[in-house]
Ligand binder design. Structure first.
Ligand code: FAD
Ligand code: NAP
Length: 325
């Protein structure tokens, strides 16, 4: 088994992991990034990105991630095509992780940037029309539906917030929920019901996203009433699936503190977990903002805090050598 040793081990290669790597490499921590099954992260499965600062024209998500990777490598990051399948945090620094390849990774500090994935309905047309009318992020894609008719699927806080947000662009927003009451907080529900751009379709489930991916994209939704079983159609230009996100934290169960939805807990306002030397950044610790720029921001914070941790650790190790000698 080959062991790769580094001062800074980063798990995840989305905006959070890449930014941590850029800062870490420039601070001389010779980072290793283990990229996982989705090198470049969530932005590699979208097309237009219009809200990442620094670009006046629309840029492409996969291109942005290639640029981040190139920048991270340029300043000295090593990229590993591997997925971490086991990790030992119990003994403190250095932290040991095992890759799917069987290789071992050892880091004095560990930065967790494994992100989160939107949950999908798993029905016909959803995948094929992804980015062509079907989305899971209103903040990202709502702008593309200015003046058009859109639907949001779900009944929790995310769905209600997405529906409210979409009224900034669309005069006609339909919230589709499978039951007859919402799960979201009352204050959000009050805002939703008071907004005359939003209507709610109760007791409806989406059976199919219909349209031609190659010509015009999504045209309508095929629905079924969950009480009567009656079939219906809803013509829409855009549909936003908002049934929750799943943070990629399986690996850390029983090893790090998580909230009830599985997001990693950090000291408020910092990327510090309860284990000294282990930092979490990006969507894996943030169920509120979930944007590329916020992920990059917390990636930067993780690298800066990692540097401080390492300075203290290395000072303590030198002191121990002096005392022992
Ligand atoms: P992710 O991007 O989720 O990256 C996680 C990384 O962790 C991946 O590289 C994955 O391979 C890796 N990983 C996971 N588990 C392991 C493991 N066990 N071992 C090794 N690696 C692992 N945001 C915007 O700001 N603007 C937009 O226009 C925009 N559009 C979007 C469109 C879509 C369709 C989606 C899904 C999201 C969009 N977002 C947008 C949100 C944005 O993509 C995320 O907020 C951002 O990517 C989060 O970055 P991250 O680095 O935290 O995690
Ligand atoms: P959530 O609370 O789990 O709600 C998911 C919604 O999607 C539920 O209404 C659920 O229906 C519906 N749903 C799930 N699977 C479905 C399926 N297969 N088909 C149709 N509908 C489906 O998720 P969330 O709204 O993303 O919120 C997650 C957490 O983040 C919550 O703790 C929430 O409070 C928090 N959050 C907070 C804020 C805020 O404070 N402003 C904003 C966003 C999120 P049922 O109701 O029938 O189960």
């Amino acid at each position: 088994m080959t062991t790769h040793t580094t001062r800074m081990l980063i798990i995840g290669s989305g905006p959070a992991g890449m930014t941590a790597a850029i800062y870490g490499a420039r601070a001389g921590m010779q980072p290793i990034v283990v990229q996982g099954l989705q090198p470049g992260g969530q932005l590699t499965i979208t097309t237009d990105v219009e809200n990442y600062p620094g670009f006046r024209d629309i840029i492409q998500g996969p291109w942005l991630m290639q640029e981040m990777q190139a920048q991270a490598e340029h300043v000295g990051t090593r990229m590993m095509w591997d997925t971490i399948v086991d990790i030992d945090l119990a003994g403190g620094s250095p932290f040991r992780a095992i890759g799917d390849s069987g290789e071992e990774y050892v880091g004095d500090v560990l930065v967790i940037a494994t992100g989160a994935q939107a949950k999908w309905l798993g029905v016909a047309g959803e995948q094929e029309l992804g980015g062509k009318g079907v989305s899971a992020c209103a903040t990202c894609d709502g702008f593309f539906y200015r003046g058009k008719k859109v639907a949001v699927i779900g009944g929790g806080n995310t769905a209600v917030e997405e529906a409210l947000y979409l009224t900034n662009h669309s005069p006609d927003v339909t919230l589709i929920h499978r039951r007859d009451s919402l799960r979201s907080e009352k204050i959000l529900q009050d805002r939703l019901f008071a907004n005359d751009k939003i209507s709610v379709l109760w007791n409806k489930e989406v059976l199919r996203f219909a349209g031609d991916p190659l010509a015009g994209g999504l045209t309508h939704l095929e629905l079924r009433d969950t009480v009567t079983g009656a079939a219906s159609q809803l013509p829409v230009d855009g549909a936003f699936v908002a049934i929750g996100h799943a943070p990629a934290t399986e690996l850390f169960k029983g090893k790090l503190e998580m909230d009830e939805s599985g997001y990693l807990m950090v000291e408020p306002g910092t990327p510090k977990t309860a284990i000294p030397g282990v930092f979490a950044c990006g969507d894996v610790m943030d169920h509120t903002y979930r944007q590329a720029v916020t992920a990059a921001g917390t990636g930067c914070m993780a690298a800066l805090d990692a540097e401080r941790f390492l300075a203290t650790l290395e000072f303590a190790r030198k002191e121990a050598v002096v005392i022992a000698g």
